[in-house]
Design a protein around this ligand. Structure first.
Ligand SMILES: Cc1cc2nc3c(=O)[nH]c(=O)nc-3n(C[C@H](O)[C@H](O)[C@H](O)COP(=O)(O)OP(=O)(O)OC[C@H]3O[C@@H](n4cnc5c(N)ncnc54)[C@H](O)[C@@H]3O)c2cc1C
Ligand code: SF4
Length: 512
């Protein structure tokens, strides 16, 4: 492996591999000549500092990159790897690439299109910009999505998902109909645990090897002030570990994945979820192999298989398509004019609201919270409060192991905050504390009452929910999907609404 101070040398191609491009078979390696080409991997400080980052997230990325370097070397590929605390490391993408270009004088620098608009722009502005190759990790290319969006000027998930089912043939019969006679089984996939709590399978363990242990020491030393906890690190940092995680999911969790997909339970962050978003987003796993492995399950019912398939070939591909179609302006969208900053308790979990304390706690402990915690607790409260959507996205980028711009931005700014005015979802995911009460056991242990909108024990979600509907009446009252919500609001008389508005104003003032 080349190190700093190496004499200048000429190589064929310099192949740049970013931290979320850890696929040995990526397009970057097409035509790779082991006798002449060099791979460049860099750990740059600016990527760990441009926003504060959870310790586990930093450790996850660095450990995954370092293991990938060894996998490349085992395949006989020469790697120039710049570690974060190497004295010659300038800490910035642009300067590190320029340094490597000067060192190796490659005929070409090659990179797969980055998943982050900001990074792609940086690379385009280099004195010697790289050759971009399209990313074949995804099942729907950017061009394909653009064609789809031309045909469907207001693309919605359902149309896209059906097109993807037809294209891939997954869970389709020979006549081109969905297996089971329906495109979705959502009605079966909304159960909460109620009094019945099935025992949860133990999670697979990925004991840190010497590489991971070294990274954990580095993070503890260099990033002591970063948010989040580093203890009990158990994230899959190699393709091998990710495959173990996948096998474990298919065998032990998938059968109940659909049924309890939306459920929450105190002290249980992972439930029946796969915890595979990280390896998928770092490209250690491919979406097709993940869904094919799930579809081979003999024990999972159709509602689980379809629910899982929808997430991977539907939502995941859809939000990526939206991101690349609408960037860079997408990041600035703020359709509801939300202007409050992120409440400080999102960094500490110190709040009396039990559901939020629980979801933030999972995030601080594991850099993970499952979808409904992100959408219907963390995101919901921020939207009802009126937090700037981009700030919510930045907080997500800071705190989650799986956050990459292309996936976090449309999910956070779009789906959870309705900041895009209805691109990712046609209506805001607005709900009161009653939804959380139905889907979790949190309210049982909370000092607030989800049924009350005013008074000392009123649940802040419930107060803010009615206030949100009232405040945005002009925008949403005509939305057919919100008819019932507005019919319920209309049952409130003027004095009740006045009390709700006053209480909501107090909550907003106290939260910021
Ligand atoms: C506010 C908010 C922010 C989010 N930020 C991210 C993010 O930064 N990175 C990320 O990967 N996912 C994000 N998601 C989507 C989803 O919550 C996570 O993918 C999921 O919770 C990861 O946990 P899991 O692997 O156990 O998922 P599972 O519940 O087991 O789902 C299986 C897989 O489906 C995919 N998936 C499911 N829902 C989505 C979705 N809406 N968009 C894209 N992929 C999806 C993921 O790859 C996931 O691993 C966000 C959702 C919300 C509401
Ligand atoms: S009562 Fe309200 S704040 Fe408390 S846990 Fe339930 S939804 Fe959350």
């Amino acid at each position: 492996m080349a190190r700093s101070g190496e004499p200048e040398q000429e190589v064929g191609n310099l192949v740049l591999v970013l931290g979320d491009q850890l696929d040995l078979d990526s397009a970057a390696f097409d035509g790779f000549d082991p006798s002449r080409d060099v791979v460049l991997q860099m750990e740059v400080m600016e990527e760990t500092c441009y926003i504060p980052q959870h310790k586990k997230r930093i450790a996850y990325f660095l450990a995954s990159m370092r293991h990938f370097k060894d996998e490349l070397a085992a395949r006989g590929r020469r790697v120039h790897y710049v570690e974060i605390d190497a004295p010659e490391n300038t800490g910035r993408f642009e300067t590190e690439i320029a340094r490597a270009q000067q060192m190796f004088r490659p005929a070409r620098t090659i990179v797969v299109e980055p998943g982050d608009w900001r990074v792609a722009e940086k690379l385009r502005r280099l004195v010697q910009p790289p050759e971009f190759r399209s990313d074949r990790h995804f099942l729907c290319s950017r061009d394909e999505f653009a064609t789809f969006a031309e045909r469907h000027p207001r693309p919605i998930l359902e149309t896209f998902y059906r097109a993807m089912r037809r294209k891939t043939g997954l869970l389709m019969d020979r006549e081109g109909h969905p297996i089971g006679g329906a495109w979705n089984f959502d009605a079966e996939n909304r159960k909460s645990f109620g009094k019945y709590s099935p025992p949860l399978p133990a999670r697979p363990t990925h004991a840190p090897d010497t590489i991971t242990a070294g990274v954990l020491r580095l993070v503890a030393r260099r990033f002591a002030d970063s948010p989040g906890k580093l203890d009990d690190f158990n994230l899959p940092v190699t393709r091998g570990q990710a495959l173990t995680q996948l096998d474990d999911f298919v065998a032990n969790r998938l059968p109940l994945f659909g049924t309890y997909q939306d459920a929450m339970r105190s002290g249980e962050p992972f439930l029946y979820h796969s915890v595979l978003s990280g390896p998928l987003n770092l490209h250690q796993l491919r979406p097709l192999e993940v869904v094919q492995s799930a579809l081979r399950s003999r024990s999972a019912p159709l509602n689980a298989l379809e629910g899982f398939l929808r997430q991977i070939i539907g939502w995941r591909e859809f939000v990526r398509g939206i991101y690349w179609q609408r960037m860079p302006n997408y990041a600035e969208e703020n359709a509801l004019g939300a202007e409050l900053p992120m409440p400080s308790f999102y960094w500490t979990g110190e709040t009396e609201m039990r559901c939020l304390a629980e979801a933030i706690g999972h995030t601080i402990d594991h850099a993970y919270a499952h979808h409904i915690e992100r959408l219907m607790v963390l995101g919901l409260f921020a939207m009802l409060l009126g937090v700037r959507p981009y700030d919510v996205h930045r907080w997500h980028m800071s705190m989650f192991w799986d956050a990459i711009d292309w996936v976090s931005l449309p999910n956070t700014l779009g789906m959870s905050q309705h900041g895009d005015g209805g691109i990712v979802g046609t209506k805001p995911y607005a709900a009161s504390g009653n939804y959380i009460n139905r889907m979790s056991d949190h309210c049982r242990y909370c000092r607030f009452d989800p049924k009350q909108a005013t008074g000392e024990n009123a649940c802040p979600f419930t107060t803010l929910y009615w206030n949100f509907l009232d405040k945005h009446r002009k925008r949403f009252a005509g939305n057919g999907r919100m008819k019932n919500q507005y019919a319920n609001l209309d049952r409130k008389d003027g004095s009740e609404l006045g009390a709700i508005r006053r209480q909501a104003a107090k909550i907003m003032a106290a939260a910021t």
